[in-house]
Design a binder for this molecule. Structure first.
Ligand SMILES: [Fe+2]
Length: 286
């Protein structure tokens, strides 16, 4: 299937902010302040959580879903090129202003209805650094489950401009997971096949294995049990652990995520437990 996709990626970006919806914004924001070290700010219609390298907006809405996922691109011309690709494909988009991105970011909706905002990164120094400097981990990727993973992956690669790093195929050759990059990091977005369209999880990259220990100890102090891991993913080769937030959203802390050379061919993995976790139990639902 890899050959069905354009392998050249014109899209360079990093995950900037997620806007997570819930029935209980204050409670969920409080959880993220304690568990992930976010400084919280009441911005009227949402709680804005900020810490070094990570941002999360928490607002009223359908629980366990995102109002949007925002990515930052390095230059204005990257955004112009994206707008041109969306226009060419007939994908509607509009401009919006989002805190932390330069004015006139682009908002569009993918074929599953997930909302994306992509804007030029604000000048260095505009980002507020959090009080919690220990246990670094930057917001790094988000994963959506989809009933039509082929359509979604084609949209992200052929129109938005992500590149395919690895795909997971079942024995019949069906696409079960696709890991998509927009930098040298193995994936900043992934799509898992599922029986429904939904948010699957979001992830913080801690870089260093020792920090996986520190995060696990921190979660233990909060009496927040690990739900999966520590383990090592096949695609991306990253070490991981997962916890749940009070709404049941899966949160991942990762380390050692693979860096991918631009000319590396897309890889193919079997849909099996070992692909999900080379150390043991495979638990995600795809
Ligand atoms: Fe992940």
């Amino acid at each position: 299937l890899a050959t069905a996709f354009t392998t050249f990626s014109p899209f360079s970006a990093s995950l900037h902010e997620l806007a997570l919806m819930t029935d209980a914004p204050r409670d969920l924001a409080s959880f993220y302040a304690d568990a992930l070290g976010y400084d919280l700010q009441d911005v009227g219609d949402a709680w804005l959580g900020r810490a070094r390298g990570r941002r999360l907006r928490i607002m009223a809405g359908k629980p366990k879903s995102l109002a949007y996922a925002a990515y930052a691109v390095p230059r204005a011309k990257d955004l112009e090129a994206l707008a041109e690709r969306l226009d060419k494909a007939g994908v509607e988009h509009e401009t919006v202003d989002v805190d932390g991105l330069q004015p006139a970011a682009i908002r569009f909706t993918d074929p599953d209805g997930n909302v994306f905002i992509m804007g030029v990164a604000a000048a260095a120094g505009a980002e507020v650094t959090g009080a919690v400097a220990e246990r670094p981990a930057r917001l790094q990727h988000v994963v959506f489950a989809s009933t039509n993973v082929n359509r979604l992956v084609t949209f992200f690669i052929d129109i938005v401009g992500f590149a395919l790093s690895d795909e997971v195929l079942d024995d019949a050759g069906g696409l079960r997971s696709a890991f998509l990059r927009c930098s040298d990091e193995h994936h900043s977005l992934a799509v898992f096949a599922a029986a429904e369209n939904r948010l699957d999880h979001h992830c913080y990259e801690a870089e260093d294995w020792g920090l996986i220990r520190d995060w696990a100890d921190h979660f233990a102090d909060l009496r927040l049990p690990l739900k999966w891991g520590p383990g090592r993913h096949g695609p991306g080769n990253n070490l991981f652990l997962f916890v749940h937030d009070p709404d049941g959203n899966w949160l991942e802390v990762s380390a050692e995520l693979e860096r991918v050379a631009p000319d590396r061919p897309a890889g193919t993995w079997r849909h099996e437990e070992r692909t999900l976790n080379s150390w043991g139990e495979g638990k995600l639902r795809s």
